[in-house]
Design a protein around this ligand. Structure first.
Ligand SMILES: *[C@@H]1O[C@H](CO)[C@@H](O)[C@H](O)[C@H]1NC(C)=O
Ligand SMILES: *[C@@H]1O[C@H](CO)[C@@H](O)[C@H](O)[C@H]1NC(C)=O
Length: 336
């Protein structure tokens, strides 16, 4: 009898997750960068008016390569991240379920929850590094703006975090100086220890756990919708669409946590930008100073990032790229 869920080995999952991540990052990263910049700008000092405006300005001032600042972080860590998440989800589903019987919704959610908790071990430092790299260009252009407006009144320049000062050019040129993820990681470890890399851990948990709780069961249901029996296989297109839909619903639902996380993790602050002492302090200040709508900042960008990322992942998972490659290696020939 064919099982409802394919039995896939961990190495095959790793390849699937890695391939999905690499294709995803290549296609989607510029939108992810725009999301970070939009979320980080406060009302009153806006450099970018909209998603498109941010895309165009970044492309103009930082070039094609600038759109991919921080992508190396994702490319390197996406395979372990995906591996942990998918393996954990399957493990918990296996642990909670009985063979041949569909999991109840609450158990599906519990499995998703477990997967989310396991995943943050990698995503927190990953996001921390990525955000510094993605946001450097916004801070640099904001600095240029404030320098110009300040030079006549003679006010002082912004003081930025010493770790990041090297990322900005304090001179008249617009292009921020290149600083690598490893340099940021090394300096963070040196100045703050391991805690530095795990800044925003709470907010990341608050985002990723509910995300998984919503995503995995929703995907499983959409993927299965309209089918009579569990044995029936879904199609590639259905898996892709189910991944996109479940991903965007989950992404928009947890966007408030994503805004808070992005704010907490940004070390380089622009002029007059708020300091936040923690999640509740950050949430309170955003609510008071920027209004409830600020929690939806970058939501459409995030949906645009997450939907294709998860659609691609589910598609690759469906095709079974990993199983295919492993089979190829073991048998040395192209046989199923
Ligand atoms: C990069 O990785 C982070 C952390 O897992 C993730 O939230 C983000 O969506 C990724 N971006 C892309 C474009 O893959
Ligand atoms: C944030 O903290 C820095 C140094 O701790 C301080 O100079 C700055 O004025 C603070 N910003 C705000 C908006 O309070």
């Amino acid at each position: 009898m064919k099982m409802a869920e394919k039995q896939i080995s961990l190495p095959a999952k790793l390849i699937n997750g890695g391939a999905a991540g690499i294709i995803g990052v290549t296609c989607i990263f510029p939108i992810d960068l725009v999301k970070t910049r939009l979320q980080n700008q406060r009302s009153g000092q806006q450099v970018y008016k909209s998603m498109l405006d941010c895309l165009m300005k970044t492309l103009r001032s930082e070039g094609c390569f600038g759109m991919y600042r921080g992508a190396a972080v994702n490319l390197t860590l996406v395979t372990p991240e995906k591996a942990i998440k998918l393996a954990a989800n399957d493990y918990f589903r296996h642990l909670l379920g009985k063979e041949g019987v569909a999991l109840s919704l609450s158990k599906e959610m519990l499995a998703g929850c477990g997967a989310g908790v396991c995943q943050v071990v990698i995503t927190t430092p990953m996001e921390m590094l990525k955000i510094q790299l993605q946001d450097a260009g916004r801070l640099a252009s904001q600095q240029i703006v404030s320098r110009v407006s300040c030079s006549t009144s003679g006010c002082n320049l912004v003081t930025v975090n010493p770790i990041l000062t090297r990322a900005y050019n304090v001179g008249p040129a617009v292009i921020p100086r290149r600083i690598s993820a490893t340099q940021i990681a090394a300096e963070l470890l040196h100045t703050h220890g391991i805690k530095g890399l795990y800044k925003g851990l709470g907010a990341t948990l608050l985002r990723d756990v509910p995300f998984s709780v919503i995503y995995f069961p929703l995907f499983a249901h959409l993927n299965r919708a309209g089918q009579d029996s569990l044995e029936e296989r879904t199609s590639f297109f259905r898996s892709f669409l189910a991944g996109c839909m479940a991903g965007s619903v989950a992404a928009v639902s947890v966007n408030p946590c994503d805004v808070i996380k992005t704010r907490l993790q940004s070390m380089g602050k622009g002029r007059n930008e708020e300091n936040y002492s923690g999640i509740t302090d950050c949430a309170r200040k955003i609510w008071i100073k920027e209004g409830p709508s600020a929690f939806l900042k970058g939501a459409s960008c995030r949906a645009l990032v997450i939907a294709p990322l998860f659609g691609i992942a589910q598609g690759i998972y469906f095709i079974g790229v990993g199983e295919f490659l492993i089979n190829l290696c073991q048998n040395g020939r192209l046989s199923p």
